[in-house]
Design a protein around this ligand. Structure first.
Ligand SMILES: Cc1cc2nc3c(=O)[nH]c(=O)nc-3n(C[C@H](O)[C@H](O)[C@H](O)COP(=O)(O)OP(=O)(O)OC[C@H]3O[C@@H](n4cnc5c(N)ncnc54)[C@H](O)[C@@H]3O)c2cc1C
Length: 304
């Protein structure tokens, strides 16, 4: 354990912290080396305390959610990793507004909306991310995107100041938002939803999740679609057209069920990154289309 980690644990008592925490346990790909120190704040005050202490000790900070869009490299993450997924998951409904803490899962938020007869989040019920991670990514599926229903995003910047952005101020685009380039942690999101028959919402959720189960390799570790949808094309169709279905490097493989999903059957994050690079290279050479990663690659390579 490094000297700063024990100082950090003393300066922020009460916050759940684990030194040398394997991040493979925190990502849906089940890959990635250790975080020097993993903190899981239970509320916004603990989060602010972590930022203050990290600044005092001059320690870099990385924020993750449920790790469903992340490839963490084999060397892991230096400094403090803050996970907003387990704590901070309160949800409430007030009229047509649903407010969720950033660590609540999108599935939990969608289920609460359905029970309260509020439409607008059914498309998100099968996306395995948290509300915070989903907001940063502007997660979407089946014609819906979180930007369509987000009224307000609140959070904390690393200097401890609070921010509160309306949906319009979030600069949402396809799988992007201003918080991908600005440093800041989402703590709470308010969704503006529409009254609807709960049974109709439940039917829609079931239908979409059935379509997902039929098309996607949900029984193998993945981070969902590895690449963004290139304009005018589908990444999966291009990869399949290049004859790459089933192609593997080490434990990383192009899914046989859906070529847009690169999956992990064990092996290393380096295998997965090498497969991403290979697929991009072949698709570019054979079709002239550049695939851009949707999966966010973070952390350090393993030392040789
Ligand atoms: C089987 C499967 C299916 C999927 N299907 C879809 C789909 O249909 N549509 C879709 O859009 N995505 C899909 N995904 C990808 C993923 O679920 C989404 O991108 C999700 O929104 C990521 O949320 P997360 O909490 O897991 O974020 P993470 O993967 O942990 O992090 C993603 C990014 O957000 C940042 N971040 C996380 N939390 C916060 C926070 N509180 N404040 C600030 N920054 C934060 C991280 O630093 C990182 O840059 C799928 C993934 C899997 C494994």
């Amino acid at each position: 354990m490094q000297a700063w980690t024990s100082k950090m644990m003393k300066l922020a008592p009460g916050v759940k912290m684990t030194p040398d925490a394997p991040l493979s346990a925190c990502t849906t790909l089940r890959l990635g080396g250790p975080a020097d120190l993993l903190a899981e704040p239970a509320n916004a005050d603990e989060l602010a305390k972590l930022f203050r202490t990290a600044a005092e000790l001059d320690v870099p900070v990385t924020v993750i959610g449920r790790g469903s869009n992340l490839l963490v490299r084999d060397g892991g993450i230096r400094g403090l990793t803050i996970r907003i997924a387990q704590g901070m998951r309160k949800l409430s409904v007030d009229g047509c507004e649903l407010t969720a803490e950033a660590g609540a899962s999108l599935a939990e938020a969608a289920a609460l909306a359905q029970r309260n007869g509020l439409a607008g989040l059914a498309f998100a019920s099968g996306i395995p991310g948290a509300v915070g991670g989903g907001t940063v990514m502007n997660a979407g599926a089946y014609g819906g995107e979180l930007k369509d229903v987000i009224a307000r995003v609140e959070g904390i910047r690393p200097d401890g100041s609070a921010f509160s952005y309306s949906g319009n101020e979030m600069a949402f685009g396809y799988r992007t938002s201003r918080l991908q380039s600005e440093k800041g942690v989402v703590t709470r999101v308010t969704f503006a939803l529409t009254p609807c028959d709960p049974a109709a919402i439940a039917a829609e959720m079931n239908e979409l999740n059935e379509r997902r189960r039929a098309k996607q390799p949900l029984d193998v570790p993945s981070a969902g679609s590895t690449f963004k949808r290139p304009e005018g094309h589908f990444a999966g169709a291009l990869i399949e057209q290049c004859g790459l279905k089933g192609f593997a490097i080490g434990g990383a493989r192009v899914s046989e069920k859906h070529a847009g999903f690169l999956v992990s059957t064990g092996g290393t994050a380096a295998d997965f990154e090498a497969l991403m690079a290979y697929v991009r290279c072949v698709v570019w050479a054979k079709t002239g289309v550049r695939l851009e990663p949707e999966v966010r690659v973070i952390g350090e390579e393993a030392q040789r």
